[in-house]
Design a protein around this ligand. Structure first.
Ligand code: ATP
Length: 269
């Protein structure tokens, strides 16, 4: 049985409106949702739709969110699996999971497969570190084999995410596999403002909460960092018995997220 996480048709409630910024990525993805909604029409036009699309960008920039939004917009089933799940697995299990997931996706086509952290299985083969890791290699080979085996008219689109495109096995990037790449950048000020707005709609903001100013003070923050900031601010406001999230709480939370990030960097050194 496939252990891939799945949303059935109608279950992914995420839409492009939930994704702030990333205009280029959304434009490219609209083409895919158009195809998934009406594959026959595109087939008649003789249009070739990419089978595999690689979403590349730093952690927390919305790769998973965007993939779910594609499923939500097209209203098709979404199957997802993370490359990191295959590490430490018994040999053969990863490959059979991949096979099951592709079988289910084909049965329910049009559909989307999302492979998060593809670099965990998709590192260049035979590069010393992790080299000879049978399980990883078999899983990767299974993914490649499944993609090669697609009927050209199969309406299954495979999205994969990575923040380490530099380590990927070139075999993954060959034509007919992940030959389309979409880059997700860290949000600029306008996008940070929008992300704050999207996530702040869940919390009561005090009158002095200035999201515009906060967007200017969060250079380098990812969408996930901003979401984290808002949550920290709500916790701080709660601890102080405030009835709304004010600017002081937002600024303190910002410092906390910045320091948290620094601490992590020191450990990594
Ligand atoms: P990772 O590489 O760590 O897996 P990711 O790129 O897949 O990260 P997501 O899991 O999609 O990132 O994003 C984490 C959370 O951050 C999302 O659930 C969302 O709440 C928020 N977020 C990130 N980017 C955006 C964005 N552009 N618009 C709105 N929310 C965002």
């Amino acid at each position: 049985k496939s252990k891939a996480k799945r949303f059935r048709k109608g279950e992914s409630q995420v839409s492009f409106d939930d994704v702030a910024g990333l205009e280029n990525a959304k434009r490219d993805m609209r083409e895919i949702t158009g195809y998934l909604k009406d594959p026959q029409y595109y087939r008649k036009l003789g249009a070739k739709i990419p089978k595999g699309i690689l979403l590349m960008g730093p952690p927390g920039t919305g790769k998973t969110l965007l993939a779910k939004a594609v499923a939500g917009e097209a209203d098709v089933p979404f199957f997802s699996i993370s490359g990191s799940e295959f590490i430490e697995m018994f040999v053969g299990v990863g490959a059979s999971r991949v096979r099951d997931m592709f079988d289910s996706a084909k049965k329910e086509a049009p559909s989307i497969i999302f492979i998060d952290e593809i670099d965990s299985v998709g590192r260049a083969r035979g590069t010393g570190l992790g080299g000879g890791h049978d399980e990883r290699e078999q899983t990767l080979n299974q993914i490649l084999g499944e993609m090669d085996g697609f009927d050209p008219h199969e309406a299954v689109v495979v999205l994969a995410a990575t923040n380490r495109p530099d380590v990927l096995d070139p075999a993954l990037l060959r034509p007919g596999r992940f030959d389309r790449k979409i880059i997700l950048d860290l949000p600029d000020k306008k996008a940070r403002r929008e992300i704050l707005q999207i996530h702040a709609s869940e919390a009561p903001l005090a009158d002095d909460a200035d999201l515009d100013r906060l967007a200017g003070l969060t250079v380098g923050f990812s969408g996930a960092d901003l979401e984290n900031l808002l949550n920290e601010a709500a916790l701080l406001a709660g601890r102080e018995g405030k009835s709304a999230v004010d600017m002081a709480a937002l600024l303190n939370a910002r410092d906390k997220v910045v320091l948290g990030g620094k601490r992590e960097m020191v450990i990594n050194d």
